[in-house]
Design a binder for this molecule. Structure first.
Ligand code: GDP
Length: 457
């Protein structure tokens, strides 16, 4: 692959639609565009940047393929940072593919997956978080997820991480001075200052990680597990909640769905609602596997909804679930209220729960309250930053690694470790932060460090 060769791809979705988009990017985009495009206007001289031109698209032999609008966006002010030529044609599969075919015949190359974004990254048009934001926006299942995606596309997360990275670089410079000129009068970084500097970056990382839970919920759905004994009304409640839901959320990538799990939209919050096998001791092998699976799903849940048959009251299964309440938030649902109501608002046995709601899956009573309670409990834990800024799983992993290095660094500083040993951890933490935004290589980091040195004294 040459760096700047001209790539082509269909940018609109597969299938037919009103409009189809074919995009070319690279050094030959303008020349190819001139061969593909025959203007309708007699006044047309050449492509005016960022201006739509109307005309006919032709293949390499000059045969007409479609009428279209085209736009030329010269480097560096285009999505990829290269010359870009875009064709907005009619959205037929044969039309878009014929235009791609014509571009290939004229010397373009078929783009690889994500290659336009990768070029944008390589050309400094966006950092890795912004490139990922494009994919997150497209996959967003909720309005809230759109906000997260847009903020990230604006580069807000990247800027925050870059700022933390710059703080570590500054510490690195100060550490180098301390190591290289220990006897000199150069002002040295004291262990207290070193600790404070590292601590500030840890706080910055923690602030970003705090948004992760909330974003994950809105991007992938909160996992809500219905648990309790058999026949208490779990399936009925699941169906009632699904019936209440405004819209089923489908096609969220990365979610596994089996017959027990359904996606629903809980007033803007996507939820993966899981109906589990009733919890009871059993010698029956298949049922036993179901019960083991229920326990597994409960352990992974964001919220466990413990359903209790109000006409029977709390039983062993309820006690088992409530015993987990310190690990996973439990919402107690007193179901079958049409048959029996609780004597007090929240009975003593349910005191450890995060919420208590009275329902009747049969009459529909309490469904709103269950939905609200689940939302409140899921989001209470999310401790989100007001600007809706949150790393995705990859970014959170890199941030966590950077944080772990910094925590170990703090221990080293307190233990009086030599600064050149401490510097190794500092570099490792910086490298993990660099991974978040796609900044490269320790070598670059070192170049930067030494370029700030005044070594010639
Ligand atoms: P699961 O085993 O916990 O999933 O329970 P089901 O949803 O299958 O319900 C068990 C039985 O209880 C069924 O006969 C339901 O019709 C009945 N049931 C469920 N919810 C209610 C309710 O709110 N009121 C009444 N009276 N019966 C209910």
């Amino acid at each position: 692959m040459q760096d700047n060769d001209t790539i082509v791809a269909v940018a609109s979705p597969a299938g037919t639609g009103g409009v189809g988009i074919v995009r070319l990017s690279g050094s030959g985009a303008a020349a190819l565009g001139r061969q593909l495009f025959v203007p309708f206007s007699a006044a047309f001289v050449d492509f005016k940047p960022y201006t739509l031109h109307h005309g006919r698209i032709v293949d390499a032999a000059g045969e007409a393929l479609d009428d279209a609008l085209v736009v030329f966006m010269p480097a560096p002010k285009s999505f990829t940072g290269e010359d870009v030529f875009e064709v907005q044609c009619h959205g037929g599969a044969c039309i878009v593919h014929s235009i791609v075919e014509a571009a290939l015949q004229l010397g373009a190359r078929l783009a690889e997956r994500g290659e336009f974004s990768r070029r944008a990254l390589l050309n400094g048009r966006m950092d890795l978080t912004q490139a990922e934001a494009v994919a997150e926006l497209i996959a967003a299942p909720s309005r809230e997820a759109l906000r997260y995606g847009l903020n990230k596309l604006d580069g807000l997360l990247g800027q925050r991480v870059q700022a933390l990275h710059a703080s570590l670089e500054l510490l690195r410079v100060q550490v180098c001075v301390a190591v290289d000129f220990p006897e000199d009068e150069v002002e040295c970084l004291s262990p207290e200052e070193f600790l404070a500097g590292a601590g500030a970056v840890v706080q910055g990382i923690d602030a970003l990680l705090a948004g992760y839970t909330r974003a994950r919920v809105f991007q992938q759905g909160a996992q809500v597990v219905l648990a309790g004994s058999v026949n208490v009304g779990k399936s009925s409640l699941m169906n009632a909640l699904l019936g209440r839901s405004r819209a089923l959320v489908t096609d969220i990538p990365g979610t596994t769905r089996d017959f027990l799990e359904e996606m629903l939209d809980l007033d803007g919050m996507p939820v993966r609602l899981v109906d589990t096998a009733g919890l009871r001791e059993t010698n029956e092998a298949v049922e036993g596997m179901g019960v083991a699976l229920s326990r597994e799903r409960m352990a992974q849940a964001d919220v466990v909804v413990l359903v209790v048959d109000g006409s029977v009251g709390a039983d062993e299964a309820a006690a088992e679930v409530l015993a987990q309440a310190s690990v996973v938030p439990v919402v107690v649902v007193w179901n079958k209220a049409d048959l029996a109501r609780p004597k007090v608002a929240c009975p003593a046995w349910a005191q450890g729960a995060a919420g208590f709601v009275v329902t009747s899956a049969r009459s529909g009573e309490g469904l709103e309250a269950v939905a609200q309670c689940i939302r409140k409990v899921v989001l209470a834990d999310a401790n989100h930053a007001p600007e809706a800024l949150a790393p995705n799983a990859r970014q959170a992993q890199a941030l966590n690694r950077a944080r772990a290095e910094l925590a170990a660094l703090e221990d080293d500083i307190r233990a009086g470790q030599a600064y050149d040993v401490c510097a190794v951890r500092l570099d490792a933490a910086a490298a993990h932060l660099a991974e978040v935004v796609g900044l490269d290589s320790p070598k670059e980091l070192l170049d930067k460090v030494f370029s700030t040195f005044c070594i010639g004294k």
